[in-house]
Write a protein that binds this ligand. Structure first.
Ligand SMILES: [Zn+2]
Length: 114
């Protein structure tokens, strides 16, 4: 691979593997560095040996665009704001409700103010 460029790094090797699948699925060949199977979910590697994803120089702009896109979709689906707008939790019984319910179907308590 001529003049590889690092496009992604993360302490979670599962995430790095996910991004590699994403890129290779789009036809961008990747090289993994500092990859270890030990760094799974919640088991973070030290910062100086984080798994890294490298691509050929010519593929870097495309890889970065794909990663940006993926990152935005992850942030939208996991941000607290997105979660709040989708539903609410009853303060009395803890039941989870979709946003279109105004009262708890379980105990009748009204939806708390945001
Ligand atoms: Zn309730």
């Amino acid at each position: 691979m001529a003049r590889p460029v690092r496009v992604f790094q993360h302490p979670n090797s599962l995430l790095v593997g996910h991004v590699r699948n994403l890129l290779e699925g789009a036809g961008v060949m990747c090289e993994l560095r500092n990859w270890t199977l030990a760094g799974g979910m919640g088991d973070l590697a030290p910062i100086d040996c984080e798994p890294e994803l490298w691509v050929a120089f010519d593929d870097a702009p495309r890889a970065e665009a794909l990663i940006d896109q993926w990152r935005q979709s992850v942030e939208v689906s996991s941000s607290p704001g997105a979660r709040l707008s989708r539903g609410w939790r009853c303060q009395r019984c803890g039941e989870w409700h979709e946003a279109n319910f105004d009262t708890c179907w379980q105990c009748g308590l009204e939806r708390p103010d945001p």
